[in-house]
Design a protein. Structure first.
Length: 138
């Protein structure tokens, strides 16, 4: 079972079902199963700027931030729930963490890339999920 919590300001026209589908398809492709939960939050530039300054020390906005709750090195394998994470949840759910996306930045990036905002958000969700799973920039 996968629980994907999508939060967004109502003024942002996002497709929550497409976000959930993107996460589900990516986990399936990576053969990750079990009780998994993560959040995807769509925010404005002011909130993203605040988070970027607080957690990365950068006084600017950005298009995406990821906040992992589990240590990916503790994952027993990509096919199973982790042995233990930071704190072993008694309910046996793997809580990956949260992905935060700036909607205004996604709109700007989509325009520059010549793609739809939905496609840009899909790409950002995939990027953020990789970070939650311990795959970082090379």
């Amino acid at each position: 079972m996968i629980n994907i919590i999508v939060n967004s300001d109502p003024r942002y026209n996002i497709n929550k079902d497409a976000i959930r589908l993107t996460v589900s398809e990516m986990l399936l492709k990576l053969r990750i199963s079990g009780r998994i939960e993560l959040g995807v939050n769509i925010v404005g530039d002011r909130k993203m700027h605040e988070l970027n300054r607080k957690y990365r020390g950068l006084d600017s906005t950005t298009n995406i931030l990821s906040f992992a709750l589990e240590d990916p090195s503790q994952v027993a394998s990509l096919q199973h729930i982790p042995k233990v994470g930071f704190v072993a949840a008694p309910d046996k759910w793997l809580r990956l963490g949260d992905i935060v996306i700036s909607y205004p930045q996604a709109v700007e990036d989509a325009s520059l890339d010549g793609i739809s905002v939905d496609e840009e958000i899909k790409d950002l969700v995939e990027h953020g999920l990789n970070h939650l799973l311990g795959v970082h920039h090379t």
